[in-house]
Design a protein around this ligand. Structure first.
Ligand code: NAP
Ligand code: HSE
Length: 436
């Protein structure tokens, strides 16, 4: 393709994110042409239902259900996959690459599960895949890790990577909104996945963590092997107890090196209220990275939603138009069979402090029984809260909150399982790591 030829683009999917990309391409064409060194022309928009109203008015002849028309068109150079899900999207991406198109995608589920297949196919056909929007929406974390921090061995990465969860937690914490109402609002605002279970059960954050681990450590981590818990069962009671203790609960995706082992998990974590990540509100994402040369770096910004995500997608399109993305893709060798020197640390071997909340009988000897179980598993108590029960509270159970000193996760989980078998405890007990 001569450099002066316009870059032909097909959008595959034109919902929340695709609508934002179409808006930028059509309403900011002059600005984008200057940045890209040539025109970016939207030539086709593939959707499921052409009759559906779109966030931006599109010429009727652009909209189709026929992916083949994109594959056949020699004037389309880039396919932008914004469909979501894995099966149909995977076939679409592989077909685009086989047809000689470069691909931009925001699909973290696809990359986390089929990154090797997608990247091998791209290499086989001499094409490139750009995926800035797949992690942290508008925050340029892929470019930062892959390029700007390339001189470093990353030591640790701690991220708020799901905007929906952070939005829900912020609403529950700051305005006492119910979990269900906050989730419904996140869906209405376009933050949530088509299937929001992926957001709230921690899977979406695990997908993003797997992508970041691939870039930072060259390690392909099966998503199933990431120890993960979401916020779907988070109780407002624990948000209140955390606040009383001086903490905020955030859904974190974390990975860190200890020796040649890499620990990683997704979990609600108690953070000190003044910790930088504790102050990230709403649908914002943030990533705290420690590199051996740079030290600490913090990235933050809008992690979900139409225009922030479209911003990242269009930046990838510009990088392809300029030729930068092709070079980066070829150099990074992501999801290739290159050797790496790290092994995963089993979750049971990770050391942490813990917040533990039990419902216990309010009678003599209960605290002694609970502390004996913890002591038997080498878990030391740092502090305890049990509020006085109301006057007329008879025979009921009361919340007992324990903060522990550092313990092995495996020991701690065994202790909780044993506590839940005590007659004085109403299972299931709730626990979260403490992030300090
Ligand atoms: P969305 O609003 O549900 O839009 C999906 C689009 O794909 C719709 O236009 C839909 O067509 C089209 N589509 C679905 N199945 C199709 C099929 N079989 N054939 C043709 N078209 C099909 O999704 P979204 O929120 O924009 O998300 C798109 C991708 O971006 C996902 O991978 C998501 O994880 C990722 N992402 C989203 C955000 C966000 O904030 N929303 C942020 C970062 C990344 P119809 O409109 O005709 O139904
Ligand atoms: N559903 C995702 C989130 C979209 O809420 O973070 C951004 O990837």
């Amino acid at each position: 393709m001569p450099v002066s030829e316009p870059l032909g683009i097909a959008l595959i999917g034109c919902g929340t994110v695709g609508g934002g990309v179409a808006r930028l391409l059509r309403e900011q064409s002059e600005r984008l042409a200057v940045r890209a060194g040539r025109s970016l022309v939207l030539r086709r928009v593939v959707v499921r239902d052409p009759a559906k109203p779109r966030p931006i008015e599109l010429p009727r002849e652009l909209v189709t259900t026929d992916l083949q028309s994109v594959l056949r068109d020699p004037h389309i150079h880039v396919g932008v996959e914004l469909v979501g899900g894995v099966d149909w999207a995977k076939q679409a991406v592989l077909s685009l690459l086989a047809a000689g198109k470069d691909v931009v995608t925001a699909n973290k589920a696809l990359l986390a599960q089929y990154g090797a297949l997608v990247f091998d196919t791209a290499r086989k056909h001499g094409r490139a895949v750009a995926f800035e929007a797949s992690v942290a929406g508008g925050v340029p974390i892929i470019a930062a890790l892959a390029q700007c921090l390339a001189a470093n061995q990353i030591q640790s990465l701690q991220g708020i990577l799901n905007g929906t969860c952070n939005f829900i937690l912020t609403r529950m914490t700051e305005s006492g909104q119910s979990y269900a109402d906050a989730l419904a609002e996140a869906q209405r605002l376009g933050y949530a996945e088509a299937d929001p279970t992926l957001d709230v059960d921690g899977t979406d954050a695990a997908h993003k963590l797997a992508i970041l681990v691939q870039i930072a450590f060259g390690l392909s981590v099966p998503v199933e092997s990431i120890d993960r818990r979401g916020i779907a069962n988070l109780d407002a009671l624990d948000i209140r107890f955390a606040r009383e203790l001086g903490y905020t609960i955030k859904l974190l995706a974390e990975t860190w090196l200890s020796g040649d082992k890499l620990a990683l998990h997704v979990s609600p974590v108690l953070l000190r209220q003044l910790a930088p990540l504790a102050m990230i509100r709403g649908a914002y994402n943030a990533i705290h990275i420690v590199g051996d040369a740079v030290g600490d770096v913090l990235f933050a910004g809008q992690g979900a939603g139409q225009m922030p995500t479209a911003s990242a997608v269009v930046a990838d399109i510009i990088d392809l138009a300029v030729g930068r993305a092709q070079r980066t893709f070829a150099t990074l060798k992501l999801w290739s069979s290159r050797r790496n020197c790290f092994q995963l640390q089993p979750a049971s071997m990770v050391r942490s402090r813990f917040y533990l909340r039990l419902f216990v009988e309010d009678r003599p000897g209960v605290l002694a029984e609970v502390s004996r179980v913890l002591a038997n598993h080498a878990i030391s108590i740092a502090s305890v809260i049990q509020h006085e029960a109301p006057e007329n509270h008879e025979g009921g159970r009361v919340p007992l909150v324990i903060m522990t000193h550092t313990a092995l996760t495996g020991d701690f989980r065994m202790a909780v399982a044993e506590l839940d078998r005590l007659g004085c405890v109403a299972p299931p007990s709730v626990y979260y790591p403490v992030g300090d």
